[in-house]
Design a protein around this ligand. Structure first.
Ligand code: NAD
Length: 356
């Protein structure tokens, strides 16, 4: 298979972890006989420094011309401490999602058995949990009308969803459920919100097209509770932008560490694959960042954008074997981890590569 992959490392630890993700793609190409060609582009703080813009046109053009994007992270302390800054790294991220029409954010939440103790949830509740979140990414309260009323003391953000927006993400979720345990949980707040009532009506209609998939509807408050109480009950979860933002961060704790979780943002064109963590400036340049979220993002890219299931499995299995062998990065090590088993970013990458 011939594919063009754009590497967009971004800021902070982005370049360190993305370099490992790229090596994994290279290894897969070599082992399975594919030809992957690469280009690189700027986003975030590094793009602002170089061009004045968080998402330069050149980056966007390269993204659109690629088959998939492997993304690092954006963000810099300079902007975190200055909420009034007019040009900000995160604007690059939002513009990218809008321009590429990335309306579905997928986040697999699956704990490697070796890391059961790294989670704050009891192992017996957690073992076997395997959830795939679909968070809607381009609608809701984030993109509706917002502002201050005349006196400046009242603010508003309008939540909006169209039938079409709900339909397209619901279909993605049902399609994915067919390849898994055939269960979809649609999360809303239909007892209170009109957007949620439309959401539920549309999901119920789409569910009729998938009689082989079981559908349940849950309120977002109940879901927040059930994720901690009984995460194993979920298979595919589909929800709106704001609810998804909060629930996926909650669910990330099931997996123990931010350094382990990958995500995919997809629409009808180029898909973008990235760790869920940010630019982590507290550890940038120290060579200690956990590269496994970027490695698992590469696995998602192979599966979702290229349909290369066996290749994707090979990457996930390699990560599993590395953890089984006892290797850890600092963030997933505990008091019982021997010092010589705690690896830096590159060494952890090398252990994964040798097991593909
Ligand atoms: P963060 O994810 O960067 O870091 C949170 C904590 O987790 C830090 O202590 C960090 O050291 C640790 N951590 C994160 N990734 C790790 C890894 N791979 N290995 C080991 N430890 C890891 O979140 P934050 O500190 O809230 O934000 C830092 C910057 O990142 C901010 O500017 C924020 O806006 C940005 N951010 C960007 C994205 C993105 O690009 N998608 C997401 C979240 C935050």
């Amino acid at each position: 298979m011939n594919k063009k992959i754009l590497i967009v490392p971004g800021d902070g630890i982005g370049p360190e972890v993305t370099a490992v993700g790229k090596k994994v793609l290279d290894k897969i190409a070599e082992k399975f006989g594919h030809q992957f060609s690469y280009d690189e582009a700027l986003i975030g703080h590094v793009a602002i420094e170089a061009t004045g813009l968080p998402l330069p046109d050149e980056t966007l053009t390269k993204m659109k011309a690629s088959d998939a994007v492997l993304f690092g992270a954006v963000g810099h302390p300079k902007y975190d401490n200055d909420p009034s800054a007019k040009v900000r790294p995160e604007q690059g991220l939002l513009k990218m999602r809008k321009e590429l029409g990335l309306y579905a954010n997928l986040r697999p939440i699956k704990l490697f058995d070796e890391l059961l103790d790294a989670s704050s949830i009891k192992p017996e509740i957690l073992k076997g949990a395997d959830i795939l979140f679909f968070r809607e990414l381009t609608g809701d309260i984030y993109f509706g009308d917002k502002g201050r009323k005349n006196d400046g003391d009242t603010a508003y953000d309008v939540a909006e969803y169209s039938r079409y927006e709900v339909e397209r993400i619901a279909r993605k979720a049902f399609d994915a459920a067919r390849t898994r345990n055939k269960k979809v949980c649609s999360v809303d707040k239909a007892n209170v919100l009109e957007t949620s009532r439309l959401w539920r009506e549309v999901v119920q209609k789409i569910a009729l097209e998938y009689p082989d998939v079981e559908i349940e509807h849950q309120f977002v408050d109940a879901t927040a509770m059930l994720l901690i109480k009984d995460p194993k009950r979920f298979d595919v979860v589909v929800t709106a932008n704001l609810f998804g933002d909060i629930l996926t961060d909650e669910a990330s704790q099931i997996a123990g560490s931010m350094g382990m979780l990958a995500s995919a943002s997809i629409g009808d064109g180029t898909g973008v694959y990235e760790p869920i963590h940010g630019s982590a400036h507290d550890i940038t340049g120290k060579g200690v960042a956990n590269p496994l979220a970027s490695v698992l993002s590469a696995a998602l890219l192979l599966d979702i954008s290229f349909g290369l299931k066996a290749e994707s499995e090979a990457v996930i299995n390699a990560v599993d074997l590395v953890l089984k062998a006892g290797f850890r990065t600092r963030d997933i090590a505990d008091a019982s981890t021997p010092a010589n088993m705690i690896l830096g970013t590159e060494a952890m990458g090398a252990e994964v590569l040798s097991r593909i």
